[in-house]
Design a protein around this ligand. Sequence first.
Ligand code: SF4
Ligand code: SF4
Length: 146
Amino acid sequence: MTNRKIVQLLHVQRDNRVFADMVDDEDNPCLSCGACCQHFRVSMYMGEMASSPGGTVPDELVSAVNPVIVCMKGTEAGNGRCVARRGVVGKPGIRCEIYKLRPTPCREYRVWLEDGTPNPDCQRLRKNIELLPLKPRSAVPGVGEL
Ligand code: SF4
Ligand code: SF4
């Protein structure tokens, strides 16, 4: 039994994709990072827009990439700040304004992999903004939580 805090919750979807939710806790490293939200082009199928059945992402926050793909505004060319990000990168208080409505690339992106090792992309991006590397977390046997 461990009394260590769980900060990353994994949810298996009906189609077997795994989504990660970070807990609102001081041990959540994302709350003082945000580097990934200004690095990748965050693209998704247009069906994820709120105006589509089952979609969540506010239409006004996306740009068209092609007739079926959109991306978060600000991330069109990569290395740009997502329009939904609030706060200063690398500083406490940074957050996603639409966290519960965010698109699938943001849900699929994990801080820790299933074996508890930090995501190498997180390590690289954190280094770029002069944050300390993440430490490994031991996986909790049988539970999709880290
Ligand atoms: S780069 Fe990794 S640690 Fe930083 S905000 Fe993104 S997911 Fe969190
Ligand atoms: S939608 Fe939220 S989590 Fe996704 S890139 Fe934008 S600020 Fe980051």
